[in-house]
Design a protein around this ligand. Structure first.
Ligand code: SF4
Ligand code: SF4
Length: 370
């Protein structure tokens, strides 16, 4: 049987137009919206960016999905973890993206993944909430990507890993293909039932805000994230074989022959400068300065800590222990998920970065590199 991908024209982020396009895309692929279920929406809100920067899933696409789900009395969660964590910045990203307004409108619960307990599946630590939801909807933004060439449906699920755990995975991956395997494994674990892509205005030269917007005027949808990305490749002028995430998806049989995709609608190739091509398995600077220092350090404030043991119990990798009335954090074992910050009743656990790194990030933000 052919894998269906819908491509519906959508010329703007007008709420009604986006709603009609998303509803039509879902109808074309024959996806049945559930009733009275718990549905988790995973948009791409990687940073504290604004909708007009075109780096994040536009809130109107999330609004459309919430409206469609609310019409069938579903309970909605919207979950995300930003790229470079400091305390409170995932919550801040919900605000700058205006996703918090959408959540308030539909009574949805915002879920910073750092706050959720993690469970180990296939060697990865995944927020339990993603596995407990009746279904997950993956809502990506179409972008070219400095390292992975494309940021689409498969890659968007990388944001399910909380806090600095994403940076740890970057550090542990020697090549693009190794990192892409992590993306594919997360998709296999979470199994998003529906994948919707905001390709109304896409980003060339992403993922950061110094990229250029490209009007691509489409909402895409598919039950298969790899098929969706393969169609999105046509818009950017990439062959699927050039995208690490798709190469790994093919190897893991998430997708078979690309000719088996049934495109319901049409896509046009637009002018994307794209990014330097090279062998898929070439290494990248995963151990570069930013990767090594981009995630926050954990500090336990001894004067606030009551030795309650909550962080010890909740740490998914047993990186915290009590020794002679002292709470010890094993930095080598820690995966930087930052869950202990959320569970400490005394707010004794904090994330921080050296002053110089904080200044560099401020500068990167000002120059639109973050
Ligand atoms: S100590 Fe444990 S809970 Fe805290 S960030 Fe590290 S791995 Fe996560
Ligand atoms: S949860 Fe907080 S107060 Fe309790 S032992 Fe850990 S750091 Fe101390």
């Amino acid at each position: 049987m052919k894998t269906k991908v819908a491509a519906v024209t959508c010329g703007s982020y007008d709420l009604e137009e986006v709603y009609s396009s998303v509803a039509e895309a879902i109808r074309r692929i024959g996806f049945v919206i559930p009733e009275n279920k718990t549905v988790l929406i995973k948009p791409n809100i990687m940073s504290q960016n604004k909708p007009e920067q075109n780096t994040i899933t536009h809130y109107s696409v999330v609004d459309a999905l919430c409206r469609i789900l609310a019409e069938k009395n579903n309970r909605i969660l919207i979950g995300e973890s930003i790229s470079f964590y400091l305390s409170g910045l995932t919550e801040e990203a919900f605000k700058t993206s205006r996703i918090d307004e959408v959540a308030a409108k539909y009574g949805a619960r915002l879920v910073p993944f750092e706050g959720e307990p993690l469970v180990e599946v296939k060697g990865l630590y995944i927020p339990k909430v993603l596995l407990e939801a009746d279904l997950v909807i993956n809502v990506s933004k179409l972008k070219t990507h400095l390292v992975m060439r494309m940021s689409g449906a498969i890659k968007n699920m990388f944001g399910c890993l909380p806090g600095g755990y994403k940076q740890k995975m970057h550090l542990l991956s020697n090549t693009r293909l190794e990192l892409a395997e992590v993306f594919v494994t997360i998709n296999e674990i979470v199994k998003p039932a529906l994948n919707v892509m905001d390709a109304v205005v896409s980003l060339d030269g992403g993922p950061a805000a110094n990229g250029k917007p490209v009007k691509t005027s489409r909402i895409l949808a598919s039950a298969n994230p790899a098929a969706l990305d393969a169609v999105a490749c046509r818009i950017m002028g990439y062959a699927p074989e050039e995208i690490p995430a798709l190469a790994c998806a093919k190897k893991s049989r998430m997708i078979g022959d690309y000719s088996e995709i049934e495109l319901l609608g049409s896509v046009d190739q637009k002018k994307f400068e794209k990014l330097k091509r090279g062998p898929l398995n070439e290494g990248y600077k995963s151990n570069g300065f930013f990767s090594r220092n981009g995630y926050a350090w954990l500090l336990i404030d001894d004067s606030k800590c009551t030795r309650c043991g909550e962080c010890i119990d909740q740490c998914p990798v047993k990186a915290i222990r009590a020794e002679h009335d002292e709470i010890i954090l094993d930095k080598d074992r820690c995966i930087n998920c930052y869950h202990c910050i959320y569970v400490c009743p005394e707010k004794a656990v904090n994330a921080d970065q050296p002053f110089v790194i904080r200044m560099i990030w401020k500068l990167a933000k000002a120059l639109k590199f973050a």
